[in-house]
Design a protein around this ligand. Structure first.
Ligand code: LLP
Length: 456
């Protein structure tokens, strides 16, 4: 069976973010089933899911209670439209989201991928200013985002993105963004320590806002950690200062919690750690516990009310996806949130991330480990040739992809982002499983790099 599946996979499936030439020359990993923290391939080999199946899995695979919620819903109805009508799970989930999100966030607009939730946030922010006073705010058409930002792969989300490797080719298709520096402290030591880097970035932001706030509809940011950029962790207090500047210069604050939400960084939502309440918040990924595609864009009354009017005023938000508010997806999301509460997952994550932090330190024994960045259960390990120059290996040398492959042979699924090994364990993993993950990473780095002659 494996050989047929391998052949058909290579013949018919175009994999995302994947160089298909290399993929077709490799032995593909074909997953058959999952159980708790583990994935099993079609040949029965077991792997620890250190990537939480692209950062989404919360309670583990094949969770009996999530399965039950899904079964119960499918026996009633799978899908009816939210365009002009309602359904039970989407109402209950929206109410729950309003209760658990920060501040007065209370109006929920559903979609089905993180990128769509970002598109929606940008369009809402833009139209908000037009709806309240289209003449006065005719210039407020632009967005500020961070260098190295990643908000998804649709054209609007790419427009506010700042990862050159992914985004450069699409440049002519994009709308203009206003970039601000990202506090990448490991690579900005010429500015000084983390506090100095933070101050530099915030001063640059304030300069931009002083000059151009009347052109800016909103600022979009991944709170606490820029994930796809390679787990760039922000200095403490950075997000709070960004919020203050947005308020001071009348720019809407959009927090993209798609990656960092649902407990990943140690609190239910990352922005809570700095007591920040965005005007618009995007959530996705872990919202369904890693079961189904759902995202949401959540805002407060002041923005929502600006869209109320008579039909001929055209204040309506003309946006909607076919599967918006799908019953199956909302039912499983609701159960996921109930389980996060019932199983006291957030408290557990705080404890486990402390444990993980101590464990990760042993990686510094390996000379290629330049920097270890961690917030909660979100980890990036930057691999360098030389700790002093911080020079990275070239794409041709292929060291980091080799480490990832070796880890896979050793029974751990993780991925890399450029020179950074990233670990995004399932949130319910035990301390023992987290230890195993670190041990496999240690061994895999060692296997790939001991034969290299490196400066010490
Ligand atoms: N916003 C943030 C902060 C994200 O991290 C993501 C996806 C999105 C939005 C878009 O959500 P989506 O449309 O995918 O549901 N390409 C990398 C990992 C990117 C992680 C996905 N983040 C890799 O190759 O591993």
């Amino acid at each position: 069976l494996y050989h047929d599946l391998e052949k058909w996979d290579k013949e018919y499936v175009w994999h995302p973010f994947t160089q298909m030439k290399a993929y077709r020359e490799s032995k593909p990993l074909i997953i058959d089933r999952g159980e708790g923290s583990y994935l099993f391939d079609v040949e029965g080999k077991r792997y620890l899911d250190g990537y939480a199946s692209l950062w989404v899995n919360v309670h583990g695979h094949n969770d009996k209670e999530l399965n039950k919620a899904l079964h119960e819903q499918v026996e009633k109805i799978a899908h009816s439209t939210l365009l002009g009508s309602a359904n039970v799970p989407s109402i209950l989930l929206a109410k729950k989201l309003a209760e658990i999100t920060p501040g007065h966030l209370s109006k929920v607009f559903y979609s089905d991928t993180g990128a769509a939730s970002v598109e929606i946030a940008l369009k809402i922010a833009y139209q908000y200013w037009k709806n309240i006073d289209s003449e006065k705010y005719s210039q407020k058409n632009k967005f500020i985002s961070l260098n190295e930002a990643y908000h998804g792969d649709t054209v609007g989300a790419v427009s506010v993105g700042g990862i050159d490797l992914f985004h450069r080719i699409f440049e002519p298709l994009l709308f203009e963004r206003i970039p601000m520096p990202s506090p990448y402290t490991y690579r900005m030591t010429e500015y000084g320590d983390a506090e100095a880097v933070k101050k530099y970035c915030l001063d640059e932001l304030e300069k931009l806002l002083k000059e151009r706030a009347d052109e800016v509809a909103g600022l979009i940011i991944e709170p606490l950690v820029q994930g796809a950029a390679g787990m760039i962790t922000q200095p403490f207090g950075f997000l709070k200062e960004v919020e203050k500047l947005c308020r001071k210069y009348h720019v809407l604050l959009i927090c993209d919690e798609v990656a960092v939400g649902w407990g990943r960084t140690g609190s239910l939502f990352a922005c809570e750690q700095e007591d920040v309440v965005p005007d618009i918040m995007c959530v996705g990924k872990g919202i369904t516990g890693g079961y189904m595609p759902l995202a949401a864009t959540i805002t407060h009354d002041q923005i929502f009310n600006a869209f109320l009017g008579e039909p001929d005023e055209h204040k309506t938000f003309y946006h909607g996806h076919t599967y918006t508010g799908n019953q199956l997806v909302c039912a499983v999301a609701l159960k996921n949130i109930e389980l996060i509460e019932k199983r006291e997952l957030i408290k557990d994550i705080a404890k486990k991330s402390k444990h993980l932090e101590e464990k990760l330190n042993i990686l510094y024994e390996l000379p290629v480990v330049g920097d270890i960045r961690q917030r909660g259960l979100m980890v990036g390990i930057e691999i360098v040739k030389d700790r002093t120059s911080k020079e990275t290996f070239t794409t041709k040398e292929n060291i980091v992809p080799d480490i990832i492959q070796t880890a896979r042979q050793n029974g751990l699924i993780i991925r890399e982002l450029g020179p950074v090994i990233t670990m995004m364990p399932i949130l319910s993993m035990t301390e023992t499983e987290l230890d195993q993950m670190v041990e496999i990473v240690y061994r895999s780095i060692q296997t790939v790099t001991t034969s290299l002659s490196l400066p010490r």
